[in-house]
Design a protein around this ligand. Structure first.
Ligand SMILES: Nc1nc2c(ncn2[C@@H]2O[C@H](COP(=O)(O)OP(=O)(O)OP(=O)(O)O)[C@@H](O)[C@H]2O)c(=O)[nH]1
Ligand SMILES: [Mg+2]
Length: 319
């Protein structure tokens, strides 16, 4: 599943404590130094699934440094951690309020600073105090409580009435696993999937009056404002396909007239429910719209191949 939002704590390793210790027979100090902990670095990745491992964990910690030992032996340094975050991630430090955005040209960045090791009592010997009975504590590694929010800019947007088969198509075309059910408003939050490096967004169904706040649709229209292609899903179950199509277009227009300027194709969904002749009469009824119309069915492999081919054509045209 694509994870786009997590709360997590990143913590750099603490430094090891210095040791208080004395040579057995000569009475001088021999406590070694603690070593530094590991720092946490962040860097960008194009893997949009990179937040997924964080959904099962609350804290990511770099190794602590080990404490000093007798015989002036120092501890062992903790290993640094490098965390790759998907391009488009907005990191908010919940305590300081600082915000970082992972862009494609983001350079590897020291994000949580290690704690330095403490000095052992050997380091504190002097003429005035030949037997120091103290050592330094290691410093704490930096800890940050974070909110990570991946804002993907979708390339394709699936829109249409509730129950039109939008989520079913996303499921067939990508590895996303959205909920699909035979009732309206199954999808309550946008689902995202990836096909050939392109992001497809499936948003909750729109209904008449959506632009005035009816149903769930309106607050999700912002996710499709920047797509390069709208996939307008129109079910073969619609009795008046032209009218159904225009209802959705009107809602888009009321929300933001620019949405009407986006390239759009009509997917005549659930084509398996109708005969060839019926599909042809649908195509005829939609001809006046002067839009590309593709009958598709999740049960017809060939129709899905045609849809994939259409995506690839669109991609190569927009490159
Ligand atoms: N026969 C047939 N049924 C389909 C097809 N695609 C989807 N369905 C069914 O139609 C119903 C609705 O599918 P969804 O994919 O949940 O529809 P949706 O557009 O995402 O619906 P909302 O999330 O409510 O907006 C489910 O029962 C699906 O199994 C298809 O190609 N053929
Ligand atoms: Mg859905």
């Amino acid at each position: 599943m694509l994870i786009t939002e997590v709360n997590i704590v990143f913590k750099a390793g603490d430094g090891g404590d210095g040791k208080v210790s004395f040579y057995k027979y000569r009475r001088g100090p021999d406590g070694g130094n603690g070593e530094k902990g590991g720092s946490i670095y962040i860097s960008p990745t194009t893997d949009i699934y990179a937040l997924s491992p964080f959904s099962r964990t609350k804290k990511i910690e770099a190794e602590n440094g080990k404490g000093g030992m007798s015989n002036t032996k120092n501890g062992k340094a903790g290993k640094d951690l490098e965390i790759k975050l998907p391009v488009g991630t907005i990191i908010t430090d919940k305590e300081s309020g600082e915000v970082f955005e992972i862009t494609a040209d983001f350079k590897r960045f020291l994000f949580c600073k290690r704690g330095e090791g403490g000095r052992g009592n050997y380091e504190f010997r002097s003429g005035a105090n030949t037997t120091p009975k103290f050592a330094e504590k290691g410093q704490a590694g930096q800890k940050r409580s974070l909110h990570l929010n991946l804002k993907l800019i979708a390339d394709y947007g699936l829109i249409g009435f509730p129950n039109a088969g939008k989520s079913s198509l996303l499921k067939e075309l990508t590895s996303a696993t959205p909920k699909v059910a035979s009732y309206p408003f199954t999808t309550l939050e946008p689902n995202l999937g990836e096909l050939n490096g392109q992001i497809i967004a499936d948003i909750p169904g729109l209904i008449q009056g959506a632009s005035q706040g009816k149903g769930l649709g309106i607050k999700f229209l912002k996710h499709i404002e920047k797509v390069s292609l709208l996939l307008h899903c129109l079910s073969c179950e619609e009795k008046e396909p032209q009218k159904a199509y225009q209802t959705i277009r009107k809602e888009l227009e009321n929300y933001n007239p620019n949405l009407l300027k986006l390239p759009e194709i009509i997917l005549l969904t659930k084509a398996d429910l109708r005969s060839k002749a019926e599909i042809n009469s649908y195509l005829k009824a939609l001809k006046g719209l002067k839009k590309e119309v593709l009958p598709v069915s999740i049960y017809d492999w060939e129709s899905l191949e045609k849809l994939r081919a259409l995506f690839f054509k669109h991609e190569s045209l927009s490159e």
